[in-house]
Design a protein around this ligand. Structure first.
Ligand code: PMP
Length: 387
C-alpha cells in the first residue's frame, strides 16, 4: 500500500457490469437544474403538493414517542397486512393470498423484479412509462419489450393494444407490467382493457405486475385493478401519493403466496422491513382519513390546465394521476423545448425521459394555484413564440 487511493477511483473496472446498463434519472438532472434557478415555476414534480393529514402526523409522532422505533417483522405489522388485504378484497372482490409491507412502491418494484426475472427473461413494459421500470429490468439483466400506449388516432386516448401485447410475447416473456393511472400519461385502464390484458397474461402464463400507486387519483371513472382478473397478479400499492408522505417510504405488495414469500425472503436480506413508526401511524390513522377533498381539488386543477392549455397544445384531459402529457409544439424536440421552458423559468419533463419517442412532455399539476397559473401563462407564451 503506498497510500495513493486515486488509482483505485480511476480503475475503469471498479463498477459492476450492470452499472453500464443504467444511467442517472433525467428527472434528477432537472431537480439539479432547479437549484440554479431563481423562484422556478416547477411543474416537474412527482409528488403531491399537499401536507399529510394532521391525524397521520400526530400518529407518527405518537408512534416514535411510544418507542415503536425497532424493526418490525419483515412482512410488516400483521394487523396492517390484514387491513390491506381486507381493503383489497372489499374493493376488487378477490382476497390475494398474501401481503408484504414494502419500502415504498419502489421497494416492491425492486423485490418483484428480483423475485420474478432471471437474466435474459423478458418483461413487457408500457411505453411511455415510469423510468424505474426499464432501469430495474436492466439491473436484473432482464430484457424490456415495450408495448405502445400512444394514441392510435390524433386526439385519441392513451390506451393499450391487445394485439401488440400478444405479438410481443416470446418464450422468454415472464411478466406483463401494467400501470394505471399512468405516470406519465395520466391514462386510467378501462375495465375492458384490464380484462383483455389479463386474459392474454393468463393464457400465456405470465405474471401481471400492477403498479397502482396513483389509484386514489382517478377523476372520471372507477378504478379497476387486475387483482380480480389476473391468475397471478403482484399488486403494488402505495401511500406516498395518496397521503402526501413520499418521504415515509411506505408501500405494500399483495399477490400469490409463492411470489410474496420470495419477495419477503429478499426483503429479509435487503430492506429488512418498512419504517416501523410509519407502519404504526398508517395502521392507526390512514384508514379513517378522508382524502376526498384533495382528490376533488386535483380534479379541479386537471380541468383548469386542460381548459387553459387547449387549443394551443394537443392535450386530452388526463383520466387520473396528477400528470398531463401534451404533445410538444410542432417541430420541437424535447431537449430544446425544455431549454425554452427554462428560459421562461419553467420546469417540465421532456417525454423522452419516459420513452424512445420524443413527441410529448410531462406536466405535473401537483402545484399550488399561483404556480399553476404562472406555468400555464409561460406555456401559452411559448406556444405563441416558438416558430
Ligand atoms: N410508481 C410510479 C408510477 C411512480 O410515479 C412512483 C413515484 N414517482 C413510484 C412508483 C415510487 O413511489 P414510492 O416508492 O414513493 O412509493
Amino acid at each position: 500500500m503506498n497510500g495513493n487511493f486515486s488509482s483505485v477511483q480511476e480503475d475503469p473496472n471498479v463498477l459492476a457490469e450492470r452499472m453500464s446498463r443504467i444511467e442517472p434519472s433525467g428527472i434528477r438532472r432537472i431537480f439539479e437544474l432547479m437549484t440554479t434557478m431563481d423562484d422556478p415555476i416547477n411543474l416537474s414534480i412527482g409528488q403531491p403538493h399537499f401536507d399529510p393529514p394532521e391525524a397521520l402526523i400526530e400518529a407518527a409522532c405518537r408512534a416514535i414517542r411510544a418507542g415503536k422505533n425497532r424493526y418490525t417483522v419483515t412482512q410488516g405489522l400483521p394487523a396492517l397486512n390484514q387491513r390491506l388485504l381486507f381493503d383489497v378484497a372489499r374493493r376488487f372482490g378477490r382476497r390475494p393470498d398474501s401481503c408484504l409491507i414494502t419500502a415504498g412502491v419502489s421497494g416492491g418494484l425492486v423485490l418483484s423484479f428480483l423475485a420474478l426475472l432471471d437474466p435474459g427473461d423478458e418483461i413487457l413494459l408500457p411505453d411511455p412509462g415510469f423510468m424505474m421500470y426499464r432501469n430495474l429490468a436492466a439491473v436484473v439483466g432482464a430484457v424490456p419489450r415495450f408495448y405502445s400506449t400512444y394514441p392510435r388516432t390524433p386526439g385519441g386516448r392513451f390506451q393499450i393494444d391487445a394485439l401488440e401485447i400478444e405479438a410481443k410475447i416470446t418464450d422468454r416473456t415472464r411478466v406483463l407490467f401494467l400501470n394505471s393511472p399512468s405516470n406519465p400519461t395520466g391514462a386510467v385502464l378501462s375495465l375492458d382493457e384490464i380484462k383483455v390484458a389479463c386474459e392474454i397474461a393468463n393464457r400465456r402464463g405470465l405474471v401481471v405486475i400492477s403498479d397502482e400507486i396513483y389509484d386514489s387519483f382517478v377523476y372520471d371513472s372507477e378504478f379497476h385493478s387486475p387483482v380480480s382478473h389476473a391468475e397471478q397478479c403482484v399488486q403494488l400499492g402505495g401511500f406516498s401519493k395518496t397521503y402526501g408522505v413520499p418521504g415515509w417510504r411506505m408501500g405494500y405488495a399483495t399477490g400469490p403466496q409463492k411470489i410474496l414469500d420470495a419477495m419477503k425472503t429478499l426483503q429479509q436480506f435487503s430492506f429488512v422491513c418498512a419504517p416501523a413508526p410509519f407502519q404504526h401511524a398508517l395502521l392507526e390513522a390512514a384508514f379513517d382519513v378522508d382524502m376526498g377533498p384533495h382528490i376533488v381539488d386535483y380534479q379541479r386543477r386537471r380541468d383548469l390546465i386542460t381548459a387553459q392549455l387547449h387549443p394551443r397544445y394537443a392535450l386530452r384531459p388526463p383520466e387520473g394521476s396528477f400528470y398531463a402529457f401534451p404533445q410538444l409544439p410542432k417541430g420541437q424536440k424535447g431537449a430544446d423545448f425544455l431549454q425554452h421552458a427554462i428560459d421562461k423559468n419553467l420546469l417540465i419533463v421532456p417525454g423522452n425521459a419516459f420513452s424512445a419517442r420524443d413527441t410529448h412532455f410531462r406536466l405535473s399539476f401537483a402545484a399550488d394555484d399561483a404556480t399553476l397559473a404562472r406555468g400555464i401563462t409561460a406555456l401559452n407564451q411559448l406556444a405563441i413564440e416558438l416558430p
